[in-house]
Design a protein around this ligand. Structure first.
Ligand SMILES: [Cu+2]
Length: 267
């Protein structure tokens, strides 16, 4: 009998995730202050107008991206505050500028660096030619997958990688010289199992990968929580090697996660 990850353990998974922050950027003359900020998915960037008529446009100074990650936000007397909430599927660098008159040429631009929140597990995937390395990554809800660009023009697009069809659900982002790293936070409510993805440009050529959403407690990643995982847990008792709960030691908390998901397997 196949069991699915229960709502109960999905709820326990959310407990370790850092709370979202608000980052303030002030417009001062033809400048954004601070010019460069570092944020995490789920955070909010709030631009506050001081004077004049401006906007916040996604692009490298001073050209708007063809496919911006957010639509241009006005920053003027009628809209003195602009906000953008950093989504779960986002680029590592999000440059922006003011597109009004020649403000950008006067230095009115800035950048947002998106990094995983503190304490979150990051799984790195490298684009090498038309392969993703590694082609399969194991991840838990709340973890971050980061794809790193090396050359050419690619995308990371979730969907059926046999038929090369987008799911329009989880992620669909460019991976090219203007978008050199892409982050995706594995949602808390996702079910265990295989999430296929592909590069839109080279899917037929085999540029595909999988994110395998693991089950909490499946320490050896064999798709089921069983005696082998229990043995690993007990062997690491008091040490960090089989820590699941994030407290850097293997203890009763980890044992209870294993027992709670006992014989849960990947559908
Ligand atoms: Cu590609």
């Amino acid at each position: 009998m196949r069991l699915f990850l229960t709502a109960l353990c999905a709820a326990t998974l959310t407990s370790g995730i850092a709370s979202a922050e608000v980052h303030i950027v002030n417009q001062q003359g033809f400048g954004f202050v601070p010019q460069n900020i570092t944020v995490s998915p789920g955070d909010t960037v709030r631009w506050i107008r001081n004077s004049g008529t401006h906007d916040v446009t996604n692009g490298l100074p001073c050209n708007e991206f063809n496919d911006p990650i957010f639509q241009t936000l006005p920053l003027n007397s009628s809209n003195p505050v602009a906000e953008w909430q950093v989504p779960d599927a986002v680029y590592g660098e999000v440059p922006y500028f003011c597109s009004i008159a020649s403000h950008c040429e006067s230095g009115m631009f800035g950048s947002i660096t998106v990094v995983p929140a503190k304490g979150v597990t990051i799984h790195e995937v490298e684009q090498q030619g038309i392969t993703f390395e590694p082609a399969s990554v194991f991840a838990l809800p709340g973890d971050v997958i980061r794809w790193n660009w090396n050359n050419g023009g690619h995308s990371v697009t979730s969907g059926n990688n046999q038929t090369c069809t987008e799911d329009n659900k989880y992620f669909n982002l460019l991976l090219d010289d203007q978008h050199q790293s892409v982050l995706w936070v594995v949602p808390d409510d996702i079910e265990a199992g295989i999430l296929p993805y592909f590069c839109i440009y080279h899917c037929e050529g085999g540029h595909i990968g999988d994110v395998i959403i693991a089950i909490q407690g499946d320490l050896n990643n064999d798709g089921i929580v069983d005696g082998a995982d229990l043995t690993l847990c007990l062997g690491c008792w008091g040490k960090p090697c089989a820590d699941i709960s994030g407290d850097l030691t293997t203890d009763g908390q980890d044992l209870s996660i294993i027992l709670g998901n006992w014989s849960v397997d990947i559908p």
